[in-house]
Design a protein around this ligand. Structure first.
Ligand code: SAH
Ligand code: SF4
Length: 445
């Protein structure tokens, strides 16, 4: 890609190509999605509006984009008629291109998306009985190579722009028909029909689910819940492809648009950012984004975490837990979620469970543990722990006073479950080849 800058990354890993906030288009127009309001004002002024008009028009357009879901300037009825074509000649309102949309038998939906410069990435929507969660990608691929994660076998192609990140949320609202039913060009068919019966199309979650939740006991409910205003998309997790804290600026800027009261208006309490442990960026994430934090811990000792979450070689468990203890805004009402993938005979013993409890208590962390049954993918070298083992692990943590629900895998039949995302267009990469070589060597002893 021509128009990129290199983002410097702390640690062992390669710099990530980061596109500029505005991706150049061949027709010379500028896509407004993903730009903060002050930037839109600047662009309107540069296109010839005086300062006062630029400010007013930016405010109106912003409202149409994020509050009403308009995708056409012609629909912006409170903007003067002759102004609308003027805008259309200079600007566009983009959406990620949908290459494929799939439905799981459990109601989960996955979309394969494409950037304007032809890179593929994915987003997943997971409805359950009390919420609808959109799992959003932050990068095309991932530079980190967690050994149990399919995305980790992809070569990182690039960071997603703020527009490509917030565009996932907008696209989901398009697909679910969830823009306010107004003269918006996107208030799609089925908007009204969907609201009274959100479950007509989504089967209930199976009985064995103990709790599939992300924390929200303390919800202030301004995100629009199933019950409050009938919306299906109630929560966002930054748990799709990529490591969000390696694309910090763009993820922050996109989430600001998601949280903006005049933007998408979703409460920060309904948004969770998951990191594999990019310790130097965690304090900034708390201060500048302020959403719920999830940490992919997955192991309780250096040897195992070094192996399965290799960023641990750079930022060890102690540093990571200290950064969690320092995370602004964490409290018993807003606990940090520790994700723990259950890998047979690797990290799933009683001793591991007890050590997990000890560590959480040692750092005095307001925590809950999400136990994730390992989701298999072709070529994976791990197996999932047995249901009995997972239950036993959960009980040990739970008996120590820490919530430890087992997450039900969702969308496995369409490869939409945690760690299964990998765009099919990817060929075998250097990282994958290196890893396979390592594994073969290990197998040979
Ligand atoms: N890069 C971020 C967020 C994306 S991954 C992170 O690592 O936290 C979202 C979650 O899915 C992480 O906890 C990740 O460790 C977990 N995961 C990855 N591969 C998995 C697999 N095959 N089975 C179950 N969980 C997996
Ligand atoms: Fe990247 Fe997260 Fe997968 Fe690790 S688990 S390879 S950080 S996406």
């Amino acid at each position: 890609m021509a128009d990129t800058a290199l983002m410097s990354i702390p640690g062992l890993f390669d710099p990530v190509p980061t596109p500029r906030d505005i991706t150049a288009r061949t027709d010379g127009r500028v896509d407004l999605i993903g730009l903060p309001k002050p930037r839109i004002i600047e662009l309107f002024a540069a296109a010839g509006l005086d300062a006062k008009a630029a400010k007013l028009r930016a405010k109106q357009v912003f409202h149409w984009l994020y509050h009403r879901g308009a995708t056409d300037f012609a629909a912006m009825t409170d903007i003067a008629k002759d102004m609308r074509p003027w805008l259309g000649e200079r600007f566009v309102i983009g959406r990620p291109e949908v290459m494929l949309s799939q439905h799981s038998s459990d109601g989960t939906r996955k979309w394969l998306l494409k950037t304007a410069d032809d890179h593929e990435y994915e987003m997943v929507f997971i409805p359950d009985e009390s919420r609808g969660t959109l799992c959003v990608s932050s990068q095309v691929g991932c530079t980190l190579n967690c050994r149990f994660c399919h995305t980790g076998t992809m070569r990182l192609v690039r960071n997603l722009t703020p527009g490509e990140i917030v565009g996932q949320v907008m696209l989901a609202r398009d697909a679910l028909g969830e823009w306010p039913n107004s003269s918006s060009s996107r208030a799609g068919p089925g908007t009204a029909g969907l609201m009274p019966q959100p479950f007509a199309q989504f089967p209930a979650v199976p009985d064995q689910v103990r709790d599939d939740d992300w924390d929200d006991e303390d919800d202030d409910d301004d995100g629009g819940g199933y019950s409050a205003d009938g919306r299906l998309l109630t929560n966002i997790v930054m748990m799709g492809m990529g490591e969000p804290l390696y694309n910090f600026d763009n993820v922050r800027d996109a989430l600001k648009l998601v949280m903006d009261g005049d933007g998408l208006g979703l409460s920060k309490r309904r948004i969770t950012l998951s990191t594999s442990g990019v310790v130097p960026m965690m304090a900034r994430a708390g201060a500048e984004i302020g959403v719920n934090l999830a940490v992919s811990l997955h192991a309780t000792n250096k040897a195992v975490r070094d192996e399965i979450v290799p960023i641990n070689r750079k930022y060890g468990i102690e540093e990571l837990l200290q950064a969690c203890a320092d995370y602004p805004g964490a409290s018993n009402a807003r606990r940090i979620t520790f994700e723990y993938v259950m890998l047979k005979d690797k990290n799933d013993s009683d001793a591991d469970a007890r050590e997990l409890v000890r560590l959480i208590k040692l750092y005095n962390l307001p925590a809950k543990v999400n136990l994730i049954p390992f989701n298999p993918w072709p070529g994976a070298i791990y197996e999932c722990s047995s249901p009995e083992r997972i239950k036993r692990f959960s009980d040990i943590v739970f008996d120590a006073g820490i919530s430890a629900p087992v997450r039900t895998p969702r969308g496995r039949d369409i490869d939409a479950a945690c760690g299964q995302l990998k765009t099919t267009a990817q060929k075998m990469t250097r990282a994958e080849l290196d890893r396979l070589a390592d594994e073969k060597q290990a197998a040979l002893g």
